[in-house]
Structures are given as structure tokens and as C-alpha cells.
Write a protein that binds this ligand. Structure first.
Ligand code: SF4
Ligand code: SF4
Length: 315
């Protein structure tokens, strides 16, 4: 264990712009049963890549042989209050209102990793943000960044759940942080608020029912009962985060201008989006996480949003 190096890494991580940093030991997760049960129930829906590299997912030393420590990094992206009351305007999940966070985190973390490596030729490391089979939320809890929320997201004491995560695996032993205890207690606000009952048990989300999955990853039609709950949510869903007391009390507007809402993503009229060509979609959302839905999925969501915005006929 190297305390001086640990402190140095944490200071450099803060200097690189990360809001939170913690360290865990790179040991097997012991999450085998939980992960396999979730997969066996089909809760990953069509995200078949979740079935791949399970050995690496469960044991980071298979991802990077010789790894001893995981530095877990978080950035607050909360963009502030945004009014979505007008049903004729598109509602986009907060994380997707700015530029693609992968690039932003990657640039800063790669800078941090190369600084750490410059301290000694023997230091080796790898950086990940959503790009590898690594159980990032598990590791965020182990590294003391936050507790696991019943909606399946990390809940930090400083910023609530509005954080992006990244991890650096290193081949050096570092001082570990204490894992965070449970943050939910008897609360079940997120479970009760979910419009599609996608949180089938505390800490277990069934993607097949989740509007985030259905509007972003799912290809093909969205089941009618879920579509009617979308309202004007055409990309993602923040309901289970909006009701969380931690978010209500602790959310702080990000100090990273890269995460502030891009004005062109905030005021989107559904009728205009419905007329977009594929080229216009690419031009407008090519640098945004919204491109993940693909043109067909995006248009499908817009059509549902328009349908949901129509006034109910008299009966
Ligand atoms: S993102 Fe929306 S649909 Fe998915 S679990 Fe949360 S509230 Fe439910
Ligand atoms: S709403 Fe309640 S149960 Fe859900 S994550 Fe927040 S504290 Fe936990």
C-alpha cells in the first residue's frame, strides 16, 4: 500500500477536474450470483453484450492482468432545473443535453493516467468509461463514492445521482477507501414513481420495461403500454432520479461548462423533429449522446411523443 502515491493521485484527479475520486482494491467482485440471476431473468433485454466477458466483468484482474487498484472517478453533470411542461416540446434526459460525456471524461482521464504513469516507468494502467465489461457502479460503492440506489444508480452524498463515472485500473497497491453504506433505508420513492414498474425489486431494474432502455437501446416498436407512459420523453427518462430525496437536497449545478445544456437540445419542437431527414439528425445530434438512439429509433420516439401530446377526445 502506498499512501503518498494515493494522496498524489487524488490531488491530481481533482486538478484534472474530477469532482469525486476514491480507490478500491482490484479483487473479484463476488457479484456472480446477482449478475447471473439478472441475466437469467432476461432483465438486460436485447443488450446481449452484457452476456459477454462475464469473467472480466466479475474480476477486473482478467480485464487487466496485474491490476491491484481501481481509481474510481466521478463528475457532476447536473444541468439545473429545466422546464418540460409543454407537451409539444421534446423532453431529453439530462445526461444527454450536452456534448457526449464519453469524450469529455476520456480526455481528462487519459491526461490523468499519463501523469500517473510519468511518475514511474513501472506504473501501468488502463482507463474505462462505459467502454469495457467493468461493474462501474459496484466499484463506485467500493471506492466510497456513493451508495447503490434502489433505482440501480450510484447516489453520492455530494451531488446525488447526477454523476458520470470512469475508472482507472492500476498495477500498484494503493490505500483503499471505505465502501459506502446503504443510502436508501426504507425509502422507495423511485420504485413507486416509475411509470412502467421497471424497478421490479430494490436495486433490480428490468430493462424490458424501462423507458431509458426502450427509447435509446431498443430497436423496433415500443410496447403500447410503455409508449403511453413516455409523454414527451423522446430520449431517456429521469423520473426515478427526479424523485430521489438525495437529488432534491444535494443536486448542485455542474461547474463544467461542457455539461451545461446545449441550447439546441433544450427547445426542440416535436413537430419540427418529425420532419427531420437522416442527414439533419446526424448534423444536429452527431456529437450528442442522442445519436445512440439511431435515426429510426429517434423518429419512432418523436412519433410517440406527438401522439401523446394530442388532446384526449371527448368521450
Ligand atoms: S428510468 Fe424511468 S422507466 Fe426506467 S426505472 Fe427509472 S423511472 Fe422507471
Ligand atoms: S428515491 Fe429513495 S430508494 Fe430510490 S435511490 Fe433515492 S433514496 Fe434510494
Amino acid at each position: 500500500m502506498n499512501k503518498t502515491l494515493t494522496d498524489r493521485i487524488k490531488i491530481s484527479a481533482k486538478e484534472a477536474g474530477f469532482d469525486l475520486v476514491g480507490i478500491a482494491s482490484a479483487a473479484p467482485t463476488g457479484e456472480d450470483d446477482r449478475l447471473r440471476s439478472w441475466l437469467d431473468q432476461g432483465c438486460h433485454a436485447s443488450m446481449s453484450w452484457m452476456e459477454n466477458h462475464i469473467d472480466k466483468r466479475l474480476d477486473p484482474t482478467r480485464l487487466m492482468p496485474g491490476a491491484q487498484s481501481i481509481v474510481v472517478l466521478a463528475m457532476n453533470y447536473y444541468p439545473g432545473r429545466i422546464s418540460h411542461d409543454d407537451p409539444s416540446r421534446a423532453r431529453i434526459s439530462r445526461y444527454a443535453l450536452s456534448h457526449d460525456y464519453h469524450r469529455i471524461l476520456k480526455k481528462r482521464a487519459l491526461g490523468l493516467l499519463s501523469e500517473i504513469k510519468s511518475w514511474s516507468e513501472s506504473i501501468q494502467g488502463r482507463f474505462f468509461v462505459d467502454t469495457a465489461p467493468i461493474m462501474e457502479k459496484f466499484w463506485a460503492v467500493q471506492a466510497g463514492l456513493g451508495g447503490m440506489g434502489k433505482q440501480g444508480l450510484i447516489v453520492t452524498r455530494e451531488f446525488g445521482s447526477w454523476v458520470f463515472l470512469g475508472e482507472i485500473l492500476l498495477n500498484i497497491g494503493l490505500k483503499q477507501d471505505e465502501p459506502q453504506p446503504d443510502c436508501c433505508g426504507s425509502c422507495r420513492l423511485c420504485i413507486d414513481a416509475c411509470p412502467t414498474r421497471a424497478i421490479i425489486a430494490p436495486y433490480v431494474v428490468d430493462a424490458n420495461r424501462c423507458l431509458s432502455y426502450l427509447t435509446i437501446e431498443h430497436r423496433g416498436e415500443i410496447p403500447p403500454d410503455a409508449a403511453s407512459e413516455m409523454g414527451n420523453r423522446i430520449f431517456g427518462c429521469d423520473i426515478c432520479q427526479e424523485v430521489c430525496p438525495w437529488n432534491i437536497q444535494r443536486a448542485t449545478v455542474t461547474n463544467k461548462k461542457e455539461f451545461l445544456p446545449n441550447p439546441i437540445h433544450v427547445d426542440l419542437q416535436l413537430k419540427e423533429l418529425a420532419d427531420f431527414t437522416e442527414e439533419q439528425f446526424r448534423q444536429k445530434f452527431g456529437k450528442s449522446p442522442i445519436k445512440r438512439a439511431k435515426f429510426d429509433g429517434f423518429q419512432r420516439n418523436v412519433r410517440i411523443g406527438l401522439r401523446n401530446a394530442e388532446p384526449l377526445p371527448f368521450t
